[in-house]
Design a protein around this ligand. Structure first.
Ligand code: 4AD
Ligand code: MG
Length: 438
């Protein structure tokens, strides 16, 4: 099918359609819904930035075009020329009266229809499922979260310096490493950029890395992925108190940005927006000791010294309006690099930030050990390969300073902000215990 007017009309994105009220424009996209009826056809067109209702009136177009439009299937790609007009009743507030249309790829039998499908089927169809309005909204919110995190850090003196994915050693425990051949030797996919961040912080002051991290966790929960994205800021001359304040400020900026720039998407998801609007700093700080008491008062048989599990985290923050910091965990249940509290060495200068509404931990953070002897001892106690950690230890020899940092998991943050019950929809292609397709 040929356009008569192609090239003469402005090519417009649906998100900007309001600027073209009354004008004839060109839109490239895909048909997502349609209902032909007699002399008038309604078709919903999406272009990745939004959707618009196209109206095809029999008396305005050629009989050939009218007939073609009647038979094109869901997800047919096309280009339409039409006049934009305001219509309060149309989804999005504008509609397009068709003048001309060119089919690019006719589609039949698109496997995902407006009827209900099971999650396994949809995950198998993930390459097509991401076209749906709900998935589109989630992934656009994800992008806004990532954008606004970088924006806040860039505006607050942090330098982005990315860390290697292929590494010779573990950061977060050797039991969850993905191992791969590295020529004559072995390498591991990075669990965290933190150790390199610490070196970078000593060179640049405030830094962050932002990238994929990998954990071979045999966990089949709604919070675990094998490949997830983490933003990890690291600050020289910074104690744990300031570290937590930075987290609060950054997160409030992110929530504000999503509310400002992605309100439509939150509405598509049916998110309780007031709950997000209530989030303000400062967030509550609860010591690990207090958390144990709270859990016991809620009937949990909890032993001091154990790490908090997913259900414990849910219980601790489900009634809270804002996220909650759990501070000063026992050193025995945390990572080797965390600095013990000088006044009470059995607990660490650390915190986990738990999201409200039962979403659990979204940030892990701590002040780092800055003393050479103590860190060397911790590496030994944890039976870590000393040769691989030699460079890391040297940071405590050459101008060591108090320093702190944190890691925020993007997918768990997206799940919480979008109000989803599983992380599998928060990343374009989830890598899970039993799934690496598509
Ligand atoms: O608490 P974690 O293990 O902390 C670190 O890796 C530190 N080295 C970070 C740092 O201080 N630079 O992980 C940080 C966050 C968690 O709070 C969680 O949000 C997310 O990463 N996370 C996961 N998200 C999805 N799937 C998994 N398997 C995750 N493991 C951790
Ligand atoms: Mg953690």
């Amino acid at each position: 099918m040929q356009f008569t007017s192609q090239g003469q009309k402005p090519l417009v994105k649906i998100e900007n359609i309001a600027e073209y009220d009354g004008q004839s424009v060109r839109i490239q996209g895909w048909k997502c819904k349609g209902r032909p009826s007699g002399k008038i056809q309604f078709m919903e067109l999406r272009d990745g930035t939004g959707t618009i209702q196209a109206v095809n009136l029999k008396n305005l177009v050629t009989p050939e075009l009218f007939d073609t439009a009647k038979h094109i299937g869901q997800e047919t790609s096309l280009e339409i020329v039409g006049t934009v007009s305001k219509n309060e009743r149309a989804p999005g507030g504008y509609e397009l009266t068709v003048e001309d249309m060119a089919v690019i790829c006719q589609t039949e039998d698109f496997p995902i229809t407006p009827k209900e499908h099971g999650v396994d089927f949809l995950m198998d169809m993930r390459h097509l499922w991401i076209r749906s309005s709900r998935q589109n909204a989630i992934l656009r919110i994800r992008a806004e979260i990532m954008r606004s995190i970088s924006e806040w850090l860039d505006n607050h003196g942090f330098l982005r310096l990315d860390c290697p994915i292929l590494t010779p050693n573990a950061c977060e425990g050797s039991t969850t490493l993905f191992e791969t051949d590295y020529f004559e030797g072995k390498a591991y996919l990075s669990q965290s950029g933190q150790l390199y961040n610490e070196a970078n912080a000593m060179a640049f002051g405030r830094v962050y890395c932002f990238g994929p991290t990998f954990r071979a966790e045999k966990s089949k929960t709604r919070r675990h992925l094998m490949e997830f994205w983490m933003v990890e800021p690291e600050m020289a001359f910074c104690d744990q108190k300031e570290n937590m304040e930075i987290q609060e400020q950054m997160l409030c900026h992110v929530i504000g940005s999503v509310l400002k720039n992605r309100m439509h998407e939150l509405q598509v998801l049916g998110r309780d927006i007031e709950r997000l609007q209530r989030i303000k700093a400062p967030f509550k700080r609860i010591s690990y000791d207090e958390a144990v008491e709270i859990l016991r008062s809620k009937g949990v048989d909890f032993k001091w010294g154990d790490d908090l599990g997913a259900t414990d985290e849910t219980l601790l923050a489900e009634d809270s309006d804002t996220p909650v910091f759990i501070v000063n965990y026992p050193c025995a249940c945390k990572a080797f690099y965390m600095k013990p509290d000088p006044e009470r060495p059995e607990v660490c200068l650390c915190s986990d930030m738990l999201a409200p509404e039962g979403y659990g931990e979204i940030i892990g953070s701590s002040q780092r050990i800055d003393d050479y002897e103590l860190l060397a001892q911790r590496i030994k106690d944890n039976k870590l390969p000393e040769e691989a950690f030699k460079w890391y230890l040297e940071l405590r020899k050459y101008g060591s300073v108090p320093h702190s940092g944190f890691g925020l998991g993007i997918e768990r943050t997206v799940a919480w902000i979008c109000g989803l019950d599983h992380v599998r929809e928060t990343i374009p292609y989830a890598r899970m215990l039993t799934r690496i397709y598509p």
